[in-house]
Design a binder for this molecule. Structure first.
Ligand code: ASP
Length: 462
């Protein structure tokens, strides 16, 4: 075997350490470091990876990166080469089944590590998906299209517009439902903007991602995919939704309205939560159970309206005590046309910001208030601060989530400069982004218990 194959992808310090201890890619090793001992298999790396880490697949199935500089000893125990390849099988066609289109934008759900090469590659063609999740063929005829291949922090107006247009094209072609594979980190931004850009959809539009990639034992990718494809194919909910794990275990998934959902945990699989309301429905492998009735129903027409307006000069400002007015001033000086503030409590900022808010008002910049508590409404009539700010032109954004208010303001300012019109559009709900009231069970309820916590509490609650 050539040296490149023995050390596939390793370079720099990491390569030196491997050579020094005569360990190769696929060696089963016990690595002792200054921080502890790790036992596992040395995985290949891709050319783009950094030269400082050795990647080990632990017995638990998790991959970890070990800083090469911290390695003090490597004991070689054997060799285990993985030939990890998803079998490509032709996706069966059944004329009686609904047509579902899966549009890929990227994120963890679209990628897996190819253990032969060390590259992160998309697992995406219908054949590959069928090879890894054959249950999909029991539900629908699946077609796939990769729109983008980005981690979701790189999503932006270009991708929002491209996705909205692709949705329009697919509805025109007569598909029965659309699934959008997306990175989870900013899935709620995209779900919100698509809820505004795609009006009056006749079919379900289901966003899905995964917190753990499909090469990990605890991956949520397959189940999320099944749930989302089932929703797209069979549900009568014609809205933009996010479909992800409900509880931390794989008992069921939840369907969240695109404008009321938020990623709330950096690593749990049950990371998405409907905020200030209850989710639209639960979904399991065999059924979809609505939790409410006020959703838009599936129709047989193609009368979707795609409106891809987006003003990029809009920002969110997350207020913190002692914030200085220069933050707002710099937005004004840089030509921003809209600012969403995530204020404290009922929607407050400190007095030193007032002169900057006055400048924004004079320059006809649209300024909207939301709450950093996430749950609850902006209420600017309760304290003097709120009333003062309203005089300075700050408009209360009801219970719109900060990110939702941000994308809506960008969408609205993309259509008009008239601030009265902007206000009318901002405060008229068009996709459930503001609601009349928060139901008493809208505070975490119906969102899947945390089994670990339930178990812990049950020991004490006799
Ligand atoms: N960083 C990734 C992303 O949002 C995480 C994920 O896919 O879940 O694209």
């Amino acid at each position: 075997m050539t040296e490149t194959n023995l050390y596939k992808g390793y370079k720099g310090r990491a390569l030196e350490v491997l050579k020094h201890f005569r360990a190769e890619v696929w060696s089963e090793v016990k690595i002792t470091t200054t921080k502890g001992e790790y036992t596992g298999i040395i995985l290949p790396r891709s050319q783009a990876d950094d030269p400082l880490h050795i990647v080990l697949k632990l017995r638990s199935g998790y991959n970890i990166g070990i800083a090469a500089g911290s390695v003090t000893a490597v004991e070689i125990q054997g060799r285990k080469e993985a030939h990890y390849k998803i079998p490509e099988k032709e996706f069966p066609y059944d004329p009686k089944k609904p047509r579902v289109k899966l549009l890929g934008t990227g994120g963890t759900i679209a990628s897996r590590l190819d253990y032969r090469t060390g590259e992160v590659i998309p697992a995406f063609s219908p054949g590959e998906l069928y090879g890894s999740v054959p249950e999909l063929a029991d539900i629908c005829n699946l077609e796939t299209e990769k729109l983008f291949g980005v981690f979701s922090e790189n999503m932006g107006p270009e991708q929002y517009i491209g996705t909205a247009q692709a949705i329009g094209r697919e509805i025109e072609k007569g598909v029965h439902g659309i699934v959008i594979g997306h990175g989870t980190d900013t899935m709620h931004h995209t779900a919100a903007i698509l809820s505004f850009m795609v009006q009056n959809s006749p079919i379900p539009i289901v966003m899905v991602g995964s917190q753990r990639s499909s090469d990990r034992p605890s991956s949520d990718a397959a189940l999320n995919l099944m749930h989302s494809v089932k929703t797209a194919a069979e549900s009568d909910i014609a809205e933009v939704m996010v479909c992800m794990f409900g509880p931390t275990s794989d008992i069921y998934g939840l369907l969240h309205r695109g404008t009321r959902v938020r990623k709330m945990h950096s690593s749990y699989r049950s990371t998405f939560r409907t905020i200030g309301d209850i989710p639209i429905a639960m979904v399991s492998r065999d059924k979809i159970t609505p939790l409410r009735q006020d959703y838009k129903r599936r129709r047989n027409d193609k009368n979707v309206v795609i409106n891809t307006a987006f003003e990029e000069k809009v920002s969110i400002v997350y207020y913190y005590p002692n914030m200085k007015p220069d933050i707002i001033d710099s937005l004004i000086d840089n030509g921003y046309r809209g600012i969403v503030i995530a204020g404290t409590g009922l929607g407050h900022v400190n007095k030193p910001l007032y002169p900057a808010l006055k400048r924004a008002q004079d320059r006809k910049i649209a300024v909207y208030m939301t709450v950093q508590t996430l749950w609850g409404y902006v209420q600017m009539y309760v304290y003097d601060t709120g009333r003062d700010m309203m005089e300075l032109g700050v408009i209360p954004g009801a219970n719109m989530l900060p990110e939702v208010a941000y994308v809506k303001l960008a969408w609205v300012l993309g259509q008009t400069n008239d601030l009265d019109e902007v206000m009318k559009m901002m405060l008229t709900p068009i996709a459930g982004e503001t609601t009349e009231r928060e139901p008493s069970n809208g505070y975490l309820i119906f969102q899947g218990g945390v089994p670990e916590v339930e178990e812990f509490i049950s020991k004490y609650r006799k």
